[in-house]
Design a protein around this ligand. Structure first.
Ligand SMILES: *Cc1c(COP(=O)(O)O)cnc(C)c1O
Length: 461
């Protein structure tokens, strides 16, 4: 396999991709769950001799697609979307061809500079004020980890980096129980300790209030501990909970505690001005993460972190040994200094292609449709006998259940074995519920209306 062969095979790959997407609706959304079925088809040892690409390709077609859960399926209503708009896929092909590493400015100047401009385009698109800059991480998990490490070091006046944590005061972080497990993971990895992540109680709308946050911070201070950071939830993964962002950020300011807002899913919806009330006050945050790789269509991996002032994060995560210097260009941004990994993909190109190929209007239309269709699907489901809406739509996410856990679980299994749609589950105050989120890039109203049809058929079985 050489580059001339690649010319031919990549054309074949492009045709395969087009056919795959054209026929996606004919495939079951979720992979058939037969553990070991794929591994059994692979030889136990690697080949000693080179194999012809024909044979490799044939095995790919025979083994892989049938063993995949199809995230780009228009009837993928599980988890959150991981949308890959066609324009994003094209950009990734070009990135793939250049296969460069954007660790510092010098190693890929265009990657760094397109990234800076795309961050600013997206800042304007979601209505954040001028002054916020940012970077593109692989995942929200790494963005949140970067933010937590930075808040840790701010609280320790950067002693932790040198001295380690063992002789330091106890640092406390605050989040509601609705925040994503990536927050718990960041707290663990950062050496804070799970027990020092205070899960602040939420109100009846499942949001943290400023008063509850203030009480938690003051109680810790009185006990001699050091409040180091607040992580706010703007669109929780379970049922789409939002903390009272403005109230909580006012408390952060009063108490002098830095903040990070996790809007990994819902942040994309903020390109529509009418949804911005949900995170009103966000301009007071120190750090905000949103994943264009979820709802916007710039495919995985593309997680944007906005920062009011990158200085603290660069001071925490930036290292510049001689071999990473660019002589005479020390003022240029080296994005590896804003994150944990050194090596970085050129992730901004797909954002550039997506924002141009659909325009903000095209992207807003999609998100508005998803939200409206989710409401319609909710109403159709609520009309089915025995179905109870457990949580009302937050943007395009809601949940429902039957009267018992066993019945709900059995219904979910039947839905997903049927394969026309794919839904997943959560727990709401201990109650097992089926989650529905509408967000697939090219789903139609008809696709979404199939949810109630499938559920009603499965109930009748
Ligand atoms: C998906 C999600 C995450 C994790 O995102 P990754 O990019 O996969 O790390 C974190 N928080 C929320 C609210 C999410 O929806």
């Amino acid at each position: 396999m050489n580059h001339e062969d690649l010319r031919l095979w990549s054309k074949r790959a492009a045709d395969w991709a087009a056919d795959y997407h054209a026929d996606l609706r004919d495939r079951p959304v979720r992979a058939p769950l037969v553990p070991g079925a794929v591994a059994r088809q692979l030889p136990e040892a690697p080949p000693e001799a080179a194999e012809p690409m024909d044979a490799i390709w044939a095995d790919f077609e025979r083994i892989v697609p049938g063993g995949m859960t199809h995230w780009q399926h228009p009837r993928f209503f599980a988890y959150f979307p991981a949308n890959a708009a066609p324009a994003s896929m094209l950009a990734e092909q070009l990135v793939n061809a250049m296969a460069s590493n954007a660790l510092i400015w010098q190693t890929s100047p265009a990657a760094t500079e397109v990234e800076q401009v795309m961050i600013d385009w997206l800042r304007q698109a979601v209505g954040l004020p001028e002054g916020f800059v940012g970077t593109i991480h692989d995942t929200a998990t790494v963005a949140t980890l970067s933010a937590v490490l930075t808040m840790r070091e701010r609280a320790l006046e950067w002693r932790g980096l040198d001295e380690g944590l063992s002789a330091q005061p106890v640092l406390r972080f605050y989040a509601s129980a609705e925040t994503h497990s990536s927050v718990d993971k960041a707290i663990r990895v950062a050496g804070i300790g799970q027990r020092n992540l205070v899960k602040v109680p939420v109100d009846e709308s499942r949001g943290m209030t400023g008063a509850a946050l203030r009480a938690a911070i003051r109680a810790d201070r009185a006990a001699g501990m050091v409040p180091a950071g607040v992580i706010l939830c703007a669109g929780g993964t379970s049922v789409g909970a939002f903390d009272r962002i403005a109230d909580c950020l006012a408390v952060c300011r009063e108490e002098g505690v830095p903040s990070h807002v996790d809007a990994a899913w819902a942040g994309s919806a903020m390109i529509c001005p009418e949804f911005r009330a949900l995170w009103a006050g966000v301009e007071g945050a120190d750090s905000v993460v949103l994943n264009p790789h979820k709802w916007l269509g710039a495919q995985f991996d593309c997680s944007v972190q906005f920062l009011r002032d990158p200085g603290a994060q660069v001071r925490t995560l930036g290292l510049r040994p001689t071999y990473l210097e660019t002589a005479g260009r020390e003022e240029m941004v080296n994005f590896n200094e804003w994150t944990v990994p050194l090596g970085r993909r050129f992730r901004a190109l797909k954002l550039w292609f997506v924002l141009r190929a659909y325009g903000l209007e095209g992207l807003r239309d999609r998100i508005r449709n998803h939200v409206a269709w989710a409401e319609e699907a909710r109403n159709q489901l609520a009309a089915l006998p025995g179905v109870e809406i457990v949580t009302e739509p937050r943007l395009s996410l809601f949940s429902f259940a039957l009267d018992t856990e066993a019945a709900t679980e059995a219904l979910l299994a039947r839905i997903n074995d049927d394969g026309r749609i794919y839904l997943t589950q959560t727990r709401v105050d201990g109650r097992f519920a089926i989650r529905v989120q509408v967000g697939s890039f090219d789903c139609t109203r008809e696709d979404v209306m199939l949810i109630a049809k499938v559920v009603s058929e499965m109930l009748a079985r």
